[in-house]
Every structure is written in structure tokens, then in C-alpha cells.
Design a protein around this ligand. Structure first.
Ligand SMILES: [Zn+2]
Length: 340
């Protein structure tokens, strides 16, 4: 795309980054009780050659850390001397949440990922979202937003996006995960609002909060490389095929298996594993390891997410489980290129 054109400057309120230049800075999005600025870290890499503009964002939920390392490594460790296009790297969007290691903002409307595209002269989270969106999302052609599971749980690396949107579907496939969860997402979500405004955006879910998980980070970096290949940002790379892929949506059979008794959970599988109908996924026992409640797979499926903190009350989620069709099951069992 745009190969006949000259590379253009990236501009935002208060600055510009010309082709062939990289800028690292902190951009104010709100203020503390002390009146001090709260600033998000931004790295903009404008390549020497024309191409698309893509944003990579993380920690919109402040305790979801894996994506921070993905974005930092792309921004700070990859060689950008020959790229076609512009990278807008936003490793920590929710600064207050990051500082306190909490998912949410410390203000009334707490979820920053329900405040997009944001609004000036409005509520606290809307103003923050507006500064981010107006300056660093709107100028982009598409984007990748990195998340993890909420604390106490973990999930396999997968994409969430609106597969009915052609641009988002192309981006989702290019990232090359085994699993794509299709759905437009909630109103106010960065990925939904950006996609609706013509900036196809996918969410990457990977692992658990409060951790750097090296294997997942490496897989996500491969995904970013594959996306860069798909859109010609990296012209020497090729798009990655993950070996098998399943797309699930509203039409799919999926469920959160929940605990029917309180107790301590012995989990026998990890996220990303295939479990056959009737196999025991986990056991819930009392402190004497007697009186076990056995939880079996209600159908053959993939464990997308599992709990990490092994204690439950009745009703607590144990795992996120999705049905896999027979043909897909054989492909997964053949293990061609599978990874969690
Ligand atoms: Zn999140």
C-alpha cells in the first residue's frame, strides 16, 4: 500500500515525526491530585520509506503486563532502518493502573477500555481516552492491542476481533494464532471503536496478569513480525501460518465451566490443550483431600483459559472451554505447528 507515494510525517497535537526519524517521549493525558501531569510513554518510529501506520498498545488494563514487553521489544530492540511505514508504540496506556498494579483507573468510570474514542470536556476516563485516541490512534491505518487474562486466571495466546470487518479479519489471520474469537466487542472498547471508524484493530489475549511470560511474548513477537510482513512494513519477511486455526464466535458452543463446590482445585490440563469429552479436567477437594468433586469435559474442546489461583467458591469459573469439531480435532491432535 502507498508504494507510489512519498513517506509522510506523523503529526499529533504538539509534535511531528518526519520520515526516517524516531521520537521517544511522554505525553500528558491527565493530571494527579497534585496537579502533576500523568504522561503515557510513546515511541514513534517513522520509517524511511512509505507504508501503513500501525499502533501497538498495551496495559489499557494496568496489571496486564505481557504486552508491555512485546511493544517495548518491537520499539526498542528491532531494527527499523529499512521499514516501510510508521510504528506508533504505546506500551502503557493506563498509567495510574500500572503504577498501582490494578486493572482499572482510580476514578469513577474505572475501565479505560470502555471509554473510547473518548471525549473532551467530559468525564475523567473519557478525557484520557480522547487524548490517546485523537493523537495516536486516529492517525493509524490499523492496530494491535495487547491484553492478558484477569488476575488469578490465564489464557492461551489468541486474537479477539470483529471477523465481519474485512480489515480486522485480514489483520487477525496475519497475526497467525491458532485461535480467533470473533465478536465485535463492547461499546467503548478501543478495538471496537477503532475498527468501526475504519482503523481495523485486534485484541491479543495472552497469559496472566502481573507476569512476563517469555514463551508467550516470543510467540506474540512472531505474530507482530507476521503482521508487518502481511502489510509490507517488513518486505523481507513472510506471513506465518500457525499450523491449524479455529475461528469461534456466537455460533460456537463454548462455556465457562464453574465450580459447584467450594474447595481446592487440582487442574490436570493447561491453557491451549485439547480435552476429549468425558475426560477429567480438574478435581475440587476439601482440605483432607477427600470428598472430591470431579469436573469432566462436557464435549471435546479446547481449554482457552484456566484458573491459576487454585481456590474456588461455588460459582467461580474453573476454565473457559470451547467445542472443537471432529476434523479440527484430528488436525490439532496431529500437532502440526501447535503451540499454546
Ligand atoms: Zn485487558
Amino acid at each position: 500500500m502507498m508504494t507510489d507515494q512519498e513517506a509522510e510525517a506523523f503529526t499529533f497535537d504538539g509534535g511531528r515525526v518526519d520520515p526516517g526519524e524516531t521520537e521517544e517521549f511522554r505525553y500528558p493525558v491527565t493530571e494527579t491530585y497534585l496537579g502533576d501531569p500523568v504522561r503515557i510513554p510513546v515511541t514513534i518510529i517513522n520509517g524511511p520509506r512509505p507504508g501503513p501506520t500501525i499502533f501497538l498498545s498495551a496495559a489499557i488494563h494496568g496489571d496486564e503486563l505481557n504486552g508491555i514487553e512485546v511493544v517495548r521489544e518491537v520499539a526498542q530492540e528491532w531494527d527499523h532502518s529499512d521499514i516501510c511505514g510508521t510504528l506508533v508504540c504505546l506500551p502503557v496506556l493506563n498509567v495510574q493502573g500500572f503504577v498501582t498494579q490494578e486493572r482499572y483507573l482510580p476514578i469513577y468510570e474505572r475501565d479505560l477500555n470502555r471509554a473510547f474514542p473518548g471525549k473532551q470536556n467530559s468525564t475523567g476516563s473519557n478525557r484520557i481516552a480522547y487524548q490517546i485516541y485523537h493523537n495516536f490512534i486516529e492517525p493509524c491505518d490499523f492496530g494491535l492491542d495487547f491484553h492478558t487474562s484477569t488476575r488469578g486466571r490465564t489464557n492461551m495466546l489468541h486474537v479477539r476481533t470483529d471477523m465481519d470487518d474485512e480489515g480486522a479479519a485480514r489483520l487477525a489471520r496475519a497475526f497467525g494464532t491458532n485461535l480467533i474469537m470473533a465478536g465485535e466487542g463492547s461499546s467503548g472498547m478501543l478495538r471496537r471503536e477503532a475498527t468501526d471508524e475504519g482503523i481495523p484493530t485486534i485484541t491479543l489475549e495472552m497469559g496472566e496478569a502481573h507476569r512476563f511470560e517469555r514463551e508467550l511474548i516470543d510467540h506474540a513477537l512472531e505474530g507482530v513480525r507476521s503482521v508487518f510482513a502481511e502489510y509490507g512494513i517488513y518486505q523481507q519477511e513472510t506471513v506465518r501460518w500457525p499450523g491449524w486455526r479455529t475461528v469461534i464466535g456466537d455460533w460456537s458452543e463454548k462455556t465457562w465451566l464453574r465450580a459447584d463446590s467450594g474447595g481446592i482445585v487440582e487442574m490436570y490440563y493447561e491453557q491451549g490443550e485439547l480435552v476429549h469429552e468425558g475426560e477429567v479436567i480438574c478435581r475440587i477437594t476439601n482440605p483432607f483431600k477427600s470428598d472430591a468433586t470431579v469436573v469432566k469435559a462436557p464435549f471435546t474442546g479446547l481449554l482457552v483459559g484456566v484458573l491459576e489461583n487454585p481456590v474456588v467458591y461455588p460459582g467461580n469459573p474453573l476454565c473457559h472451554f470451547i467445542k472443537i469439531e471432529e476434523t479440527q480435532e484430528r488436525i490439532i491432535e496431529a500437532g502440526s505447528g501447535a503451540h499454546g
